[in-house]
Design a protein around this ligand. Structure first.
Ligand code: FE2
Length: 269
């Protein structure tokens, strides 16, 4: 199967990039299934029903979340009607689930959403949850497993890779909005510390720079806003997975002037 993953889609600039590029990318690259992180889709904070339907209409099959999953309360109802996950290591009394299984190109694919600990809300242990969830998927005969690990700390993301390499197909990080250049395949597991945002690229993590700058200069907090006009980027990983193994993968950085930068994941021997 050939799957694609898009990280944090930030506000209408991110949705615009999906609309402009995702349908043709799916055709050009023969993509069977698209996973995308929704937690910043609606003006940077959470996901509305209207925007969920919009993102699905552009070709997203499954959406993963993070610390902003519940910023728009209507997401609670969407858990029952849409293919929407929230980090699996929230306690079980919290609504939604962070693990689902799909039929893709004649094989089964498990999608697991986890959230890290540094500078994040209190949750159950992400690493124990990961280990137990992967063991349960394997026991159920699911070999192809994709993980969106939503975390601030690069060390937590790297440690998750060390814990699970050889046992899952891919671990790709989200949340920081800044892409890292360490896309690799180790023991048949694809790994990227953070894929980076899809949205505005010429400000502060997709948000207008005025409020963050004031906050850093004065210590006074404010409400982050999406710029009305900006330069945009879409960042997408495309992975070939079969029988649990990631065989090849690459990342595309697509700029709104149609410039595309392709980076292949290197294969560690
Ligand atoms: Fe986040």
């Amino acid at each position: 199967m050939r799957i694609a993953f898009i990280g944090d889609i930030v506000g209408s600039p991110g949705r615009d990039m999906l609309k402009s590029y995702l349908p043709k990318l799916k055709k050009e690259h023969g993509i069977d299934f698209v996973i995308a992180n929704y937690e910043n889709v609606s003006h940077g904070f959470g996901l509305t029903a209207k925007n969920a339907n919009e993102v699905v209409s552009y070709g997203v099959d499954c959406m993963s979340g993070g610390n902003h999953s519940w910023d728009k309360k209507e997401v609670e109802a969407l858990f029952a009607t849409h293919e929407i996950l929230r980090p699996h290591n929230y306690p079980e009394e919290v609504s939604g689930t962070g693990c689902k299984i799909y039929d893709v190109a004649g094989e089964r694919l498990g999608v697991l959403n986890l959230m890290g600990h540094f500078a994040m809300p209190y949750t159950d242990n992400a690493f124990r949850c990961a280990k137990e969830s992967v063991e349960a998927l394997h026991a159920d005969g699911v070999k192809n497993i994709f993980i969106d690990f939503h975390a601030e700390a690069t060390s937590e993301k790297r440690a998750m890779m060390m814990l699970l390499m050889g046992r899952v197909s891919a671990i790709i990080g989200t949340h920081t909005h800044v892409g890292t250049d360490d896309f690799q395949i180790v023991n048949s597991t694809a790994y990227l510390t953070d894929i980076g945002l899809t949205g505005c690229r010429d400000n502060v993590i997709g948000m207008d720079e005025k409020v963050p700058l004031k906050q850093f200069l004065t210590g006074m907090r404010g409400h982050f806003d999406i710029p009305k006009k900006c330069k945009k980027i879409m960042q997408i990983a495309i992975l070939d997975i079969s029988k649990g193994r990631c065989e090849s993968a690459f990342k595309l950085k697509i700029f709104d002037d149609d410039t595309i930068i392709k980076t292949d994941a290197w294969i560690e021997s």
